[in-house]
Design a protein around this ligand. Structure first.
Ligand code: CU
Ligand code: ZN
Length: 228
């Protein structure tokens, strides 16, 4: 709100400074501007606009200070991210994980990996820190959990760690393609994945507490900004 008021004041001020001679015309402009909202009020678009505003409220934009701010402050936020997965010590898993945020605010996560255990399910999470420096991937921290929820699987627990992306299944050649759509993360707004990391585990995420009994970390990848 303050931004809108500020902008309005700025426009009014610049109009006064720039064209004092056209004060009469400005008055007419002001009258026209006044009449516009009156015309807009009876329009039927209100019902259609309401859900849009609701979606904004559920995922407010976040400014550099980490606090929610007006929607325009995240107008330039990235909507696509990419993690290049690197094997941890003693493993050979590699590949890519993409995150694409749609206009509906949902994020589609697509993983393409190789070097996995043939035929096995591997747990797949966003972890808190963008740090894959430790040989075993421990530097990435725990599951990203901004909501303070228990661990869970996407298909069973709508309220779970935001980083809980389920399991990907390796084929007989140790390759996996996996896509999951989630609504509790964003790419670059509130609960952003950029700056964190993706971890693939040795074992299956069974949904148990605290982190799904998924074993060691076989691959880690920093999540960075990608071409949209
Ligand atoms: Cu994990
Ligand atoms: Zn978890």
């Amino acid at each position: 709100m303050k931004k809108y008021l500020g902008l309005g004041a700025l426009l009014a001020l610049s109009a006064l400074i720039a064209v004092p001679a056209l004060a009469g015309k400005d008055d007419k402009k002001a009258e026209a501007a006044k009449s516009e909202p009156a015309k807009a009020e009876p329009a039927k678009g209100d019902a259609a606009k309401a859900p849009e505003k609701k979606a904004d409220d559920s995922k407010p934009c976040v400014g550099p200070d980490g606090k929610p701010c007006a929607p325009e402050c995240c107008a330039g936020a990235p909507t696509a991210a990419l993690a290049q997965m690197q094997a941890t010590a003693g493993n050979k898993v590699k590949g890519t994980v993409k995150f694409v945020e749609g206009a509906d605010g949902k994020v589609t996560v697509t993983a393409e990996l190789e070097g996995l255990n043939p035929g096995q399910q591997h747990a797949f999470h966003v972890h808190e820190f963008g740090d894959c420096s430790a040989p075993d991937g421990a530097s990435a921290g725990g599951h990203y959990n901004p909501g303070g929820h228990d661990h869970g699987l996407p298909e069973k627990a709508p309220q779970r760690h935001a980083g809980d992306l389920g399991n990907l299944t390796a084929d007989k050649d140790g390759k996996a393609k996996y896509t999951v759509v989630v609504d509790n993360l964003t790419v670059g707004k509130k609960f952003a994945v950029i700056g964190r990391s993706v971890i693939v585990h040795a074992k299956t995420d069974d949904g148990g507490q605290p982190t799904g009994n998924a074993g060691g970390r076989v691959a880690c990848g920093l999540i960075g900004v990608a071409k949209p």
